[in-house]
Design a protein around this ligand. Structure first.
Ligand SMILES: [Zn+2]
Length: 219
């Protein structure tokens, strides 16, 4: 059987790579509209034509590749505004403490001092919290950036049968651990790409000699 044949209908005529279906249906290709216009009422594509709007965008959405790794900083405008607010509140408290210096205003002095101490001591605490958050985001980014090329390879290897509305990975193209006779529902396609990519990347990190040996005593 042809490795590119759909596992369900065993035909190749409606099989295309996920990449080309996505490219054609995500609105990036200008020739798509013309091609669809030319096949009105002619064969299998006619069904796609009648539901042009939602059908096509849904399909492209379900075939979206894993997003490219994007470095996010913990230090955004909101965080800067928060630190500015803490400093302003601390200064207001300090101002209250320094400006109320007569005996009759001792209560106001105490309040000003308490406010200043509270907000100024929140600054280093917030700083440490955002430092931790920044490290967490960095680790997330590095972990994802390490597996993303594998996920993209998996995505590029996927084939779609437009007749059966499912995806599969030709066994002679990529070893995914998924039964090549199983047609993956398109709703599960993106999760499957992420899962398979993670699994392949993990297997590649473990030296072959250690793959199936249970961990021994540590001493
Ligand atoms: Zn099929």
């Amino acid at each position: 059987m042809n490795g590119l044949a759909c596992p369900r209908c065993a035909q190749v005529d409606q099989v295309q790579s996920a990449q080309s279906v996505y490219g054609a249906q995500s609105g990036t290709s200008h020739s798509t509209g013309v091609a669809y216009g030319a096949v009105i009422g002619a064969g299998p594509m006619a069904m796609g034509m009648t539901t042009h709007g939602t059908h096509i965008s849904n399909l492209a959405q379900r075939l979206t590749p894993p997003p490219a790794p994007r470095r996010r900083s913990a230090w955004n405008c909101g965080v800067v505004a928060l630190f500015a607010a803490l400093i302003v509140m601390g200064l207001l408290g300090l101002g209250g403490y320094l400006l109320h210096d007569s005996e009759s205003e001792s209560a106001d002095r105490a309040v000003g001092l308490a406010v200043a101490i509270t907000f100024f001591s929140l600054i280093p605490i917030a700083f440490v919290l955002f430092l931790i958050q920044g490290r967490r985001l960095k680790r997330h980014y590095e972990d994802y950036a390490a597996v993303w090329p594998t996920m993209m390879h998996v995505w590029q290897s996927a084939m779609i049968c437009l007749r059966c509305h499912g995806a599969f990975f030709p066994a002679d193209t990529i070893q995914t651990g998924i039964d090549p006779g199983h047609l993956i529902p398109l709703d599960a396609f993106r999760d499957t790409v992420v899962d398979v990519g993670n699994r392949i990347a993990l297997a590649a990190r473990i030296p072959p000699a250690q793959r199936s040996i249970p961990p021994g005593p540590t001493d």
